[in-house]
Design a protein around this ligand. Structure first.
Ligand code: NFS
Ligand code: SF4
Length: 628
């Protein structure tokens, strides 16, 4: 039996895996240990795109063999990679589309339970794509904004609206290589067509469509998800939050929301605050109703409302082992089917809410934006009744950590420049004078193939020690919050330059921005750094780098590729679905950079990842003439 310390650095998760073992419950950690990853699939050296195959090539001798149709290893890997991009991009854009559907119905008055919360953001987003706002009502602006943003999905030709936000030189590179996206539906459709048997069989041409589709995610679907969520639910600003499993309360009705789309959670916040339900909970013997988030759903409301967060992706099964969860409601994405069995063991109702995601053995209570409370009220009632009839023994790890999160692009602007002259100028100045060496985005999942949180934490520590400011989203920021690095006090772990800046401004050296779709906030921040000047004229010139050190999802591949296509050096950990020493590998890891894009990198160990990222930042600093 593998010691739990090898599975995760998260103490609470360790305690729960240990308890699970005693209770006879296994988790993805155990399943990963018992299932060796398929070595051929791990290298992406197989193809099942037609039934003359499936075909299997030899990663040790990649050019020794071709598929039945004659497809080479480069074609096979590029096609597989393209389909990962397509799937990841589809997930983000479909999420964005749900937000846009909601926005449309709010604007035309058909939905009354939600409203436009942030009109300032509405105007700013409209202005950014050339919509006139002067002297117009919020409703008029919103109608026009909706119509413009719809083309993010549906445009059959031309360029998506947010291409207008891309720094001109970066956009020029995209145009030169023909990768400016049209609507996401078109790009995803085209990827699926081109990767069908017997169509695109030139890995460089397939990579182009990867870039175009990934950009339709980052500057399209994901960005729409972020911007519309801000308009409807409010733009985040820093708030002190509690993370870790200790946020559960033995004497309260505990409700966990896990998934991605913020509308479910927003409605749940309303439901749990209904006086009648609070009374009902008390009548059932509880002190109150306690709401917590997990994964990206949690990240959305953590930065907007300061709702506590119980843990990241690899803790979702573990949290159920506490026995204290009175209901877990999920919507879409990153929801392990394994949750059903664990939930069953502890008598926790697992509720699916989205028509896109039903799970065998879970109870479905459909969530509908037109009457959102209907579903969330029912979930609260069920939770109260589970509390009343709790049979499972409750054991809650007493781990609670504090973090300060919610650094939206808008807030960073304000924080650095002050209310009169909000600006990234001080950030650029501090990079130019060398107090800050560069900026790194550390994002993404946790994955049972590596020790949970370990790579995130050690990598970020190494980066800040070297005066690299770290921006974070998704599950990664929860790892760092649990390690106590997202507070202003963590500045003492930073190098002298970064430390001085953090202490002057009163900010943490590690800035949590939001969920994974909020990686679009990092794109906006990068564009703003270019616009302010002094750091080159394209995103590719900036001393920045990105990393998803413990990624597991296809969404991460799409995110990685849109950062690469936008000009950012992006390092992934765990494993990379490609055979080293092949031409496709060289294309992603070297040639894209010479074409004016960023490039991919790969390393497993945190020190090695940090070294790659810092070397890249230094290379860019030198090219800008910042260091002698
Ligand atoms: Ni991002 Fe969020 Fe977490 Fe990974 Fe999953 S919750 S969208 S994919 S696991 S960071
Ligand atoms: Fe094999 Fe070619 Fe069919 Fe793929 S498309 S399964 S390589 S024959």
């Amino acid at each position: 039996e593998i010691p739990v310390q090898d599975f995760t650095t998260c103490d609470a998760t360790q305690q729960m895996i240990t308890k699970g073992r005693l209770d006879g419950v296994d988790t993805a950690f155990d399943r990963a240990a018992n299932m060796k990853a398929c070595p051929i699939g791990a290298d992406s050296a197989c193809c099942k795109h037609c039934f003359m195959g499936p075909c299997r090539l030899n990663a040790k001798d990649p050019y020794g063999k071709v598929g039945v149709c004659g497809a080479t290893i480069d074609t096979i890997m590029a096609r597989n990679f393209a389909r990962m991009v397509a799937s990841g991009a589809a997930a983000h854009t479909d999420h964005g589309m749900s937000m846009l559907d909601l926005f449309r119905e709010v604007v035309n008055g058909k939905i009354k339970d939600y409203s436009i919360k942030d009109t300032q953001k509405l105007e700013a987003v409209a202005q950014s794509i050339g919509i006139e706002t002067e002297g117009r009502s919020a409703k008029e602006i919103a109608v026009e904004l909706y119509e413009a943003l719809e083309s993010t999905y549906t445009a059959v030709e031309g360029e998506i609206p947010f291409a207008k936000r891309v720094p001109p030189k970066t956009l020029e590179t995209w145009r030169k290589h023909g990768v400016v996206p049209r609507g996401a539906m078109r790009e995803i459709m085209e990827i699926m067509h081109r990767t069908h048997m017997g169509v695109d069989q030139d890995y460089t041409n397939i990579t182009k469509q990867c870039s175009r589709t990934a950009l339709a995610d980052g500057w399209g679907g994901s960005m729409v998800a972020t911007e519309i969520s801000d308009i409807l639910f409010g733009t985040p600003s820093p708030v002190s939050i509690e993370v870790n499993m200790g946020v559960l309360k033995e004497d309260q009705v505990n409700i966990i929301i896990h998934g991605h789309e913020p509308n479910l959670f927003e409605s749940m916040i309303e439901s749990v605050n209904e006086p009648t339900f609070i009374e009902a909970a008390k009548a059932a013997g509880a002190k109150g109703i306690n709401l917590a988030g997990m994964c990206c759903s949690g990240a959305e409301v953590l930065v907007r409302h300061g709702i506590p967060h119980a843990g990241n992706f690899m803790s979702t099964e573990a949290v159920l082992i506490t026995g204290a969860v009175d209901i877990m409601a999920v919507d879409v994405q990153c929801i392990k089917q394994g949750l059903v069995k664990v939930a069953e063991c502890y008598g926790t109702p697992l509720i699916t809410t989205n028509p896109r995601c039903r799970i065998e053995g879970a109870t479905h209570i459909e969530f509908n934006d037109h009457e959102p409370k209907k579903s969330t009220d029912e979930i609260v009632i069920k939770a109260i009744s589970r509390f009343k009839n709790r049979k499972a023994k409750v054991q809650i790890p007493q781990n609670v950590n504090i973090g300060v999160h919610g650094f939206s692009h808008e807030y960073i602007n304000y924080m650095l420049g002050g209310s009169f002259r909000g600006s990234y100028r001080p950030l650029n100045d501090n990079i130019i004078n060398g107090r800050i060496r560069g900026v790194a985005g550390v994002v993404g999942c946790t994955n049972p193939r590596v020790k949970q949180d370990h790579v995130h934490i050690e990598l970020v520590k190494e980066l800040i020690k070297n005066d690299v400011l770290v921006l974070q989203t998704g599950c990664s920021q929860i790892a760092l919050a649990k390690a106590g690095l997202t507070t202003p006090e963590a500045a003492h772990l930073a190098g002298p330059g970064l430390r001085e800046v953090c202490e002057t401004v009163g900010m943490p050296p590690v800035l949590g921005l939001g969920s994974c779709v909020d990686n679009s906030r990092i794109l906006i921040a990068a564009s703003e750094m270019v616009r302010i000047g002094g750091l080159g004229d394209s995103i590719a010139d900036l001393p920045v780098a990105g990393c998803a050190p413990e990624y597991m999802s296809e969404k991460a591949i799409s995110i990685g590729h849109y950062f690469v296509a936008s000009g950012v050096y992006t390092v992934f950990g765990v494993t990379f679905p490609i055979v080293q020493g092949t031409r496709f590998h060289k294309h992603l890891f070297e040639e894209l950079e010479t074409m004016g894009f960023g490039k991919w990198g790969f390393a497993i160990e945190p020190q090695e990842i940090a070294r790659l990222m810092i070397n890249h930042i230094d290379k860019k600093r030198q090219a800008l003439g910042l260091d002698k």
